[in-house]
Design a binder for this molecule. Structure first.
Ligand SMILES: [Zn+2]
Length: 387
């Protein structure tokens, strides 16, 4: 295990009625003008927007609406939000949504208090923001774990990059599974797969000797797999949805990453695929993971074998470590099919194969991955993902 410092800035209010409790307590000391940020309007249809607005009004706050945050939020949208926050004198941002809305707000919170361009600051000058408008997150779609960290995935349309940008941590996160129950089944499953992906990508980072972070990670992964299977039989099973909501936060609140350098190679490939195609994040990951891992497992046999045995419950008896590792990758591929996620880019509906070269040329190659991939190998993986 590597040396580490652990502290956590985000308070979590979890369960039925969490929003009322949280907003009463947490907004008492903030200014009067709250930006309520959300996406395409599903929160207006399912009543969550009205409920949250009511709590804000009861607390004597004025609301500045900021809507239309898209999946794969753009840097342009960040700028629009930051300009609005400045213009209206916003003192607190409340993100109402899933990962896209929360991520967009993390960077709005940083951009609203500086004249400097955040993208240029981070990617050219390698300087990171330290001041933010305070923000909170009301989670209406789980899976990304965005509510519990300060990383945001933002698409810069000018540079064709979908990249991790660092912004604000939410001061508090509200996780009430009741706010997620109207989500389409497909979105719930792809969100849960994203949680599984975050856990696997952390687990397969380095060091790969047995350690507490990985053993907790194994528990999170088993939990996610089990609860997805419960949902396949009963999508409205509240207990399973609740477990998945916490698992999503657990995968991204730093606990599993303690003492580790994460892998996240699958995410890096998916991010660039998303930058060029605007595809669904969980679906992209579902296609990429098994193909990537077939190219990777021989370089991390011990950890892949452990993953197979402890998480996929592949019997070890009679198998070499390499056979066990390979069987685990197959179990993951089978699971993707079992839960109805796509196994190829064509199944995802992608039509323009020319993006593969662009993705291979531009995706980050990660330091925590057990294999040092070349761009030719990444292209080969992407071609195998096609069909
Ligand atoms: Zn993700």
């Amino acid at each position: 295990m590597k040396d580490f410092m652990y502290s956590y800035p985000t308070k979590v209010y979890f369960g039925d009625g969490a929003a009322k409790k949280a907003l009463q307590k947490e907004l008492a000391g903030t200014g009067k003008t709250i930006m309520l940020a959300y996406g395409g309007g599903s929160v207006k249809k399912n009543g969550v927007y009205d409920e949250i607005s009511r709590y804000l009004k009861e607390a004597g706050k004025d609301i500045v609406d900021f809507s239309g945050i898209m999946p794969n939020p753009t840097y342009k949208k960040v700028q629009e939000g930051a300009a609005l926050a400045r213009e209206k004198g916003v003192s607190f941002i409340l993100a109402l949504g899933g990962g896209s809305v929360i991520d967009c707000c993390k960077i709005i919170a940083a951009q609203a208090v500086t004249e400097k361009d955040i993208w240029k600051m981070e990617f050219e000058d390698h300087v990171y923001p330290t001041e933010y408008l305070p923000m909170g997150a009301v989670v209406t779609a789980s899976g990304t774990g965005a509510e519990m960290n300060n990383g945001a995935v933002i698409t810069n349309e000018d540079t064709n990059q979908k990249a991790g940008v660092l912004g604000a941590h939410a001061n508090f996160a509200i996780l009430d599974v009741g706010y997620t129950m109207s989500l389409p089944a497909k979105q719930v499953i792809s969100g849960a797969f994203d949680t599984l992906s975050h856990s696997m990508e952390t687990y397969l980072g380095s060091p790969r000797d047995i350690n507490l972070s990985d053993e907790i990670g194994e528990a999170v992964m088993r939990n996610v797999i089990r609860n997805i299977r419960v949902l396949l039989k009963d999508m409205n099973n509240k207990e399973a949805r609740t477990e998945l909501m916490w698992a999503s936060a657990m995968a991204e609140n730093g606990i599993l990453k303690i003492g580790k350098v994460t892998d996240f190679q699958a995410h890096q490939i998916e991010h660039q695929l998303g930058a060029y195609t605007d595809c669904n994040h969980g679906q992209g990951l579902a296609v990429i993971h098994p193909v990537l891992y077939r190219h990777m497992y021989k370089d991390g046999v011990k950890q892949f074998a452990r993953l197979a045995e402890k998480v996929w419950e592949v019997p070890a008896e009679g198998k070499t470590q390499e056979e066990l590792a390979e069987a685990g990758v197959q179990a993951l591929a089978d699971f993707v099919k079992e839960i109805g996620l796509p196994s190829t880019f064509t199944e995802m509906g992608l039509t323009d194969q020319s993006v593969l070269q662009k993705v291979a040329d531009t995706c980050n190659l990660t330091a925590g991955c057990c294999k040092k991939f070349t761009r030719e190998e990444i292209l080969q993986i992407l071609v195998e993902c096609w069909e």
